[in-house]
Ligand binder design. Sequence first.
Ligand SMILES: [Zn+2]
Ligand SMILES: [Zn+2]
Length: 256
Amino acid sequence: MIVDTHIHLDDARYRDDFDAVISRAKAAGVERFIIPGADPQTLARAIELAEQYEEIYFAVGIHPYDAIHYDRRLLDQHISHEKCVAVGECGLDYYRLPEDAGEIKAEKLLQRQVFIDQIALAKEHNKPLIVHIRDASRDAQEILEQYAGSAGGVLHCYNADHALLTLAAQHFYFGIGGVLTFKNAKKLIDVYPRIPKEKLLIETDGPYLTPHPHRGQRNEPAYCQLIAEKMATLSQIPVEEMTQMTTANCRTLFGI
Ligand SMILES: [Zn+2]
Ligand SMILES: [Zn+2]
């Protein structure tokens, strides 16, 4: 059994064939799903799906791209829901910053405040964090080391960086996705063997980051299998062992 630990099933791109997406996932051995929070608009849909489908769980959080719409009350309102397993995705994303130096500073400050507040929320409710980090490894590492304390969580690993490996010692897991299957995944393939096996998780981040050989198409949870196969090859273990291990890791972190 595989858990897709990061899949945006609340995305409009899954609306038309939702049940077919879930059936294909199950046929590929993917039997549980965690929908990370991203913005206030899609949260309602995530909760609706989690209430309708036993195998779907969700997290409350605001993505750094949407930091401007951060609303702590909205997260407070849903964090105690029985299907809410984490806080996130939250973090830092410096990939698309404004041009103006003053605006860059303001945007980074805002992202930082919103990230720190969500870390506090996770600690308060004893929930793990789902952390999104893009082109901001140093700052994110600093913040997590300073504020996360006992709170652990999972880091998106598509911007793989040796700097983030120090967080493995601090209750942090690493979500491995389709990027590992890309032909130009040298950076991640380089970091991958240094991630402790008991800290590996599988995620698609669908509808984004579709694994090879489906790049360019919509990503979906069934493709967890392709990621598991690549991980197993790199770790030199059978794929069944890899899926069992990552599912056990998921249980330890998210309790599902
Ligand atoms: Zn993300
Ligand atoms: Zn995501």
